[in-house]
Design a protein around this ligand. Structure first.
Ligand SMILES: [Zn+2]
Length: 363
């Protein structure tokens, strides 16, 4: 018996219960690690929860799709059933597999889970989640010297509060042509034919190449930011999700902001997300509201006369919001970032020449 919640979804416990019943009917399931099978319930549960959240946020999220055998490429060993020893990954019920380890596991770390994925072109990867028992509370309240606000967007992939802009990588766009060509070829070929399967593999290799180039680009950029700054501020991504574009090129770009920000988050010393509200509208020098459509690339303030690239203006706002938030929770803001409490300044004192990154508002 599988009961349903009021949302029409099945709970994880029910799924696990259903799984034990299913094992009775399908004994071949016993040849799989039991915890691994239970993790499927956890994954479904997580997907259901995200779906509910999306609907709550006003998205027209339809129901979950059945994961086809050919598209289901990941399984998870959680808490038990795995071991890494002498260059081998041991997985219960599977055996030992030789691995190429890309990074050392820290001595005090405990491996919490292993996610095994087969890439579209057929390569296998194991991704380890480790616990170093260092919580966010253990991180000392660093007195940071270098802080940066980063705005991510369509025109520029990233624009920071120091004025550095990183355009969207063009090498990705170049690869869209061969991708489209092979996609057309696949759609013309007979389903189930050998030639079609060959083309699909070729298509998936191109997909993987695009993904690798995107990852490479994101890693280089995020490493650079993490190396040069103590703290990085970005805005929460909701705003970006609303930018809808059905073009293929755009959908590929769309996917990259989130993963770029994830990389920043784990690489830098301190990472703070600030609310996205008004970051593009507010004047970063005087706080005046300057509404502008997406097409308007330049921020022009008629109150203080600031003229700046719109993304640069936004990134300074992100920096200022971040510094405010950090000061409130007890972080020491360096003197040069703290000196100007702009909001309290009488208008005649506002200097147009003042470097914009110093405009921190600290209460
Ligand atoms: Zn202004």
């Amino acid at each position: 018996m599988v009961s349903q919640t009021q949302n029409g979804f099945v709970t994880r416990n029910d799924l696990n219960y259903f799984l034990t019943e299913l094992k009775e009917q399908e004994p071949w399931l016993y040849s799989y690690h039991s915890k691994m099978l239970q993790m499927v319930s956890t994954q479904i549960d997580g997907a259901q929860k995200s779906l509910i959240q999306l609907r709550k946020n006003g998205y027209d999220a339809k129901s979950l799709k059945f994961a086809k055998y050919s598209k289901y490429r990941t399984f998870i060993y959680n808490q038990s059933g795995f071991k890494i020893q002498d260059g081998f990954l041991h997985l219960s019920k599977i055996g030992k597999i030789k691995i190429i380890q890309h990074r050392e596991i820290p001595d005090n770390a405990k491996i919490k889970q292993v996610i095994v994925t087969k890439s579209k072109s057929g390569k296998w990867f194991a991704c380890l989640t480790i616990d170093t028992s260092e919580s966010i509370m253990d991180i000392p309240k660093i007195s940071f010297k270098k802080a940066v606000g980063i705005d991510v967007g369509i025109k520029n992939f990233a624009y920071d509060s120091n004025g550095n802009q990183t355009p969207n990588p063009h090498n990705l766009k170049k690869m869209l042509k061969p991708l489209k060509r092979i996609q057309r070829k696949v759609s013309r070929q007979k389903k189930g034919s050998n030639n079609r399967l060959k083309s699909i593999l070729k298509m998936q290799k191109i997909h993987e190449k695009i993904a690798n180039r995107r990852k490479d680009f994101q890693h280089k950029l995020s490493t650079q930011y993490a190396k040069n700054n103590d703290v990085i501020f970005v805005e929460k991504l909701e705003k970006l999700n609303m930018v809808k574009n059905h073009k293929l090129a755009q959908s590929i770009m769309d996917a990259s902001w989130g993963t770029f920000i994830q990389k920043l988050e784990y690489k830098c010393k301190l990472f703070v997300e600030v609310p996205a509200k008004n970051t593009t509208i507010d004047c970063s020098r005087c706080g005046n509201k300057v509404p502008k459509s997406l097409a308007v690339r330049i921020h022009r303030c008629n109150l203080c006369g600031l003229v700046l690239d719109r993304d640069h203006n936004a990134s300074i706002n992100i920096l200022n919001k971040g510094l405010n938030m950090s000061a409130k929770v007890g972080y020491k803001i360096p003197q040069e970032l703290r000196e100007v409490t702009l909001v309290e300044m009488p208008r005649h004192q506002r200097s147009k020449k003042r470097p914009s990154t110093y405009l921190a508002v600290v209460h």
